[in-house]
Structure formats: structure tokens, C-alpha cells
Ligand binder design. Structure first.
Ligand SMILES: [Zn+2]
Length: 136
């Protein structure tokens, strides 16, 4: 887990991590919905559970008041999973709501757990949050 700042970013941008999702992880910039989607994928890939928790809307069904327990669950998932590739299929913003459709190529051991999801993001107080996801 973790990543060097000079490694290629796991989101697949072709940029170094420090020039890509790290800027959002460090909260140097507020991400657009597309950048939020990518930086959340990267956070999963490198085990940055804090970023997942901070960018999840309080009405998301995974949301837990016990942040420490929630982070530990995310870390367990991250450690058990290999994140191979992220493919963005579609991205649209409609006022304070946004949708990003993506395919995440992932595996756990020998098992392929890749999936396609249409994520929904909501803007609150000038920042975007992950509200929910629908499997396609
Ligand atoms: Zn990135």
C-alpha cells in the first residue's frame, strides 16, 4: 500500500501521482466530479481510506458514523484487492449533480471482481461528494 509521488498515478492518466490525484488527496485543489472519481479510485488503489471517507456523502448507504471502523473496513478491502485499471466511459454535470460511468478492472487473488458503475455525485458547499453508485 502507499505509492511514491513519482510513480505513475493508478487512475491511468499517464501523469505522475504528485501531478495527478495526490493534489486532491492533499486537498490542494477541489476536484471536479471526474477528478473525484479518478482520485477515489486511486485512493482505493493506494489504501487511502481517509480520502474515501471524506469524499462520501452522508446519505450514502455505506456511510458510517464510526469513521475509524469504516476506515478499517476500507483498508481491509484495499489490501485484499489489486487495482489494475480504471476506464472512464462517460462523465456529465447537470447543475449540482453529476454522473460518471466507469469500468474498474480489479481482482482479489485469482478472482476477477471488475465492475461497471454509474456513480452519482452531489455538490455541497462548493465541493463534490460521492452520493451513490448503480451497477450496470
Ligand atoms: Zn490520478
Amino acid at each position: 500500500m502507499g505509492i511514491s509521488a513519482n510513480s505513475f498515478c493508478p487512475c491511468g492518466s499517464g501523469q505522475k501521482y504528485k501531478r495527478c490525484c495526490k493534489q486532491y488527496h492533499d486537498q490542494s485543489f477541489q476536484p471536479t466530479p471526474l477528478a473525484l472519481m479518478k482520485s477515489r479510485y486511486t485512493a482505493y488503489a493506494i489504501g487511502n481510506a481517509g480520502y474515501i471517507v471524506e469524499t462520501t456523502h452522508s446519505e450514502n448507504r455505506e456511510f458510517k458514523q464510526n469513521k475509524e471502523l469504516w476506515k478499517a473496513e476500507i483498508e481491509t478491502f484495499c489490501w485484499a484487492t489489486t487495482f489494475h485499471k480504471l476506464e472512464i466511459l462517460k462523465s456529465e454535470i447537470i447543475h449540482s449533480e453529476a454522473f460518471v460511468t466507469f469500468r474498474a478492472i480489479m481482482s482479489q487473488g485469482e478472482k476477477d471482481i471488475s465492475f461497471t458503475e454509474k456513480s452519482r455525485f452531489l455538490q455541497e458547499n462548493d465541493r463534490w461528494l460521492y452520493r451513490s453508485g448503480e451497477f450496470l
